[in-house]
Design a protein around this ligand. Sequence first.
Ligand code: PLP
Length: 458
Amino acid sequence: MVDSAMDRIERHVASLPRQPMHATAGGKKLARALREPMPERGRPFERLLRLLIGRVIPASLNTASPGYLAYIPGGGLLHSAVADLIADATNRYVGVFIAAPGLAQIEENVVQWFCAMLGLPASAGGLLTTGGSLANLTAVVTARRERLPPDFLRGTIYTSEEVHHSVQKAALIAGFPPERVRALPTDDRFRLVPEAVAHAVSADRAAGLAPFLIVASAGTTATGAIDPLEALADLAAREGLWLHVDAAYGGFFALTERGKAAMRGIERADSVTLDPHKTLFLPYGTGCVLARDREALRRAHSVEASYLPPMQTEEGLVDFCELGPELSRDARGLRVWLPLKMHGAGVFRAALDEKLDLARWAADALRRIDGIDVVAEPELSVLAFRARCEGMSAEDADAYNRRLCAKVNEKQRVLLTGAVVKGRFLVRMAIVSFRTHADRMAMAVEDVATSLAELGRP
Ligand SMILES: Cc1ncc(COP(=O)(O)O)c(C=O)c1O
């Protein structure tokens, strides 16, 4: 099975750059055709493989393509697929330390590498999650537990209107009604304004509410904005608030000098979300939450049970079930550990530096296209732009820019998505894939210029 799957996977991966960027037309029909009751009798593997690789997988967005610049791209390093195969086939248990001490330690190593990368203190720790959303949830629950009484409904959360919606979702799941989340307007670079947070905190205190958490972004999804982390850390310290930094997109740029400088202050966070399936180029399904005091995670999540083995008390030995919501979980440390061990951090640093260069190059090249304005310069590797629509109503200008985005995507060489920021539709490029290089970025810029010409200047 592995050999024949590998044969098809190899061909699939080799043809990725030539595959269309999106092939979801007819997707509903396909989905309906796949509906079936639980089969009573088996089918040969080869037939099922043909179905998957031949029909099901191609009918999708080509998220693994070098041209995928949409949303925040995921990675898909094959090393992690091999690590998953080993982890799943051997099926060891990493929920509790004593069941697989070596595998638990491998995940703990990865977590500690990430803590060191961000400059967190020796008290820090965390765990790998399935993604950034679960990491944000774990952090919000931990902050709630650390900073609020059991009757916590007066608790209020401060963040920017540009924060990823998983933070609002985390607040909701953690029991806070939407009106307890202050999504504050941003400055002209789409960043949270510390003075606005301070103002909202004192107004809420005066109204009898209980401010407890600031969520800053280290790279917003729409424009890549990095909130002023130092000033927010000062404010959080002054006001006794928990500071969580959602660095799901930006975090791994801390491996680079430029990224580290851009995210200065992240080392003062109480907790951080990272997403190895974004900027560490891994396949979907790997997030990470870190806390400056690992014991805070334990206090928020640890529950005893007589049927479990004793938990570790010695320094550095971790039972992951005590730090987050999951008990049984895959040995997901392996999929991070294997590529880092095989290549070393230097290879990742170089790849991330390349993305920073590509984004800067793309912003300059877009600016040179007559009629294009770069609205959000790349702080890291996300940028946003817009066709200049002089004399048009805001609605017509947005409609034009949506058509521009669709026209670029019609060419099937890159896939772009947009976002509405401060009431305006912006077209974005998110350069995150390890497969994206200068040649594809040149196509992206060329397709914007050609599409603009084809649509006719607004
Ligand atoms: C800034 C940011 N935070 C959080 C998330 C949520 O992460 P995930 O999709 O891994 O749950 C995303 C996803 O794109 C994101 O861009």
